[in-house]
Write a protein that binds this ligand. Structure first.
Ligand code: ATP
Length: 436
């Protein structure tokens, strides 16, 4: 891989800790930790195991009503995990004294008192500001909307930040820290200058990504998520892989953002999933996760499949204004693939060439695997990265051979031009006749 997963602070999990201690630690860390970011809706009173869905800023929160929303853990989760806390108060306090805890003065200074001139976005969590820290580093400062404040959840979220702030990967947006001050809840992350993949695909940013750039972005995302699945300790399931969570650098490389929905995965190899509320974004949700509430890394693979289709078609996963057959983009695109005319699903803004059409077909084939209804049939994220690498190599090879034959062709043209000038041959028919 071009960017092999590396880190200074996390390690490949080599040691098999006891299943119990891992699950216990994971459960406490994940229990409801990210509900704040989701604008968690208040508890359902029903004990019927039904699926409630709610939509906030395009996000869907679907939860079994047997779930205890105050902790964010399901009854099923609780039966698997107990309540001991690996981040006891003293440990948390000592860690909070580190770089992850910011002061309000630092944030005021960094954002020029939350000047509207520094606003760079608005999301489910609240307003996002661009800021500059004392040491000159640029950061994105995410200020929670006050109406979503929930102290209990934020406390747990802080614990999660302690874990996530240790994660470093070229293709992951670095989480620097947080601030809790009065009714302010703020998260500080690495600033990424060039908008989101969605903005680029929508044409509101940049000059429309070319197929090679889209391929690079897909590879970057595959690396980032592979890293979360395989090389963090404990493993992490992102849970919200989507085009608007992929930030783009000035060099058009991708960084996966928004660990707001991340879950620490169960590490015991015997535990294949964790049971949890269904959270994520409409159009990206793994159908098996929706059905069973069981979250595995393959749920990210499913969302990644949707992202691949987005990159190829340029369309949003759900396109309500389109004709019936085209409303669900993955269905439509995979149908075109099945009919042998994948090129119809190709973003009309992409340049058509034998090489780019080949990429479209191959990437859609990979997307089809990622979108398999049964998670066992989906490839791992690592495998996705490897397949994309091969596709990129094939693309480059094909481009090279195309360029070589084009230069051969242009040499012939030069000869023809020379002949035309020398022999006064005016039209191609004559040329063909005379040169034969
Ligand atoms: N690290 C960052 N660097 C630069 N810009 C960012 C960063 N994070 C967010 N933004 C900008 O702020 C916008 C809102 O981001 P945010 O993560 O709050 O919401 P979202 O992911 O777009 O939506 P949702 O919260 O509903 O998933 C983004 O679309 C992006 O333009």
């Amino acid at each position: 891989m071009k960017n092999p997963p590396t880190t200074a602070k996390t390690h490949h999990r080599k040691t098999q800790k006891s299943a119990f201690s891992h699950i216990t630690a994971a459960a406490k860390r994940v229990a409801g930790a990210f509900s704040l970011l989701l604008f968690w809706k208040k508890k359902s009173n029903s004990n019927e195991p039904k699926l409630d869905t709610d939509r906030v800023h395009g996000q869907v929160i679907a939860s079994s009503s047997s779930i205890d929303n105050s902790t964010g853990s399901s009854s099923r989760t609780q039966s698997r995990f107990n309540d001991s806390d690996s981040y006891g108060p003293s440990k948390a306090t000592s860690l909070q004294a580190g770089a992850v805890a910011f002061s309000i003065e630092e944030i005021f200074k960094a954002t020029d008192n939350f000047s509207s001139a520094n606003i760079i976005g608005e999301g489910g969590f609240g307003t996002v500001y661009k800021g500059k820290l004392k040491d000159g580093s640029l950061v994105a400062i995410k200020r929670a909307r006050k109406d979503i404040y929930d102290k209990h959840m934020f406390t747990q979220f802080k614990n999660e930040i302690l874990t996530l702030s240790k994660i470093e990967h070229l293709n992951l947006v670095r989480l620097f820290g947080y601030l809790e001050h009065g009714d302010e809840r703020i998260i500080i992350v690495e600033y990424v200058a060039n908008g989101t993949v969605r903005e680029h695909l929508d044409g509101t940013r940049g000059n429309e990504l070319e197929i090679a750039e889209r391929l690079d972005i897909a590879i970057d995302v595959a690396h980032a998520v592979t890293y979360l699945h395989m090389y963090t300790d404990p493993p992490i399931i992102h849970r919200d892989v989507k085009a608007s969570n992929i930030l783009i650098t000035e060099k058009l490389r991708a960084k996966v953002a928004d660990f707001g929905l991340a879950r620490i995965a169960a590490e015991d190899p015997g535990v294949t999933h964790i049971s949890t509320q269904v959270k994520g974004t409409a159009g990206y949700l793994d159908p098996e996760y929706l059905k069973t509430y069981q979250l595995t890394p393959k749920s990210d693979v499913y969302s990644f499949g949707v992202l691949l289709v987005e990159l190829i078609t340029g369309r949003h996963p759900l396109e309500p204004k389109r004709p019936l057959k085209e409303k669900v983009t993955v269905k439509w695109a995979l149908q075109r693939l099945k009919l042998g005319d994948a090129v119809v699903a190709m973003d009309p803004r992409l340049r058509r060439s034998p090489a780019s059409i080949m990429v479209v077909e191959k990437v859609l084939k990979l997307a089809r695997q990622c979108l398999a209804p049964q998670r066992q049939s989906r490839p791992s994220m690592k495998k996705c990265g490897e397949i994309l690498w091969r596709i990129r190599k094939d693309f480059r090879d094909k481009n090279l051979s195309h360029a070589a034959s084009a230069s051969h062709y242009s040499e012939n043209i030069d000869v023809r031009m020379f002949n035309r000038n020398m022999f006064g041959i005016e039209d191609s028919e004559n040329y063909r006749f005379r040169s034969a």
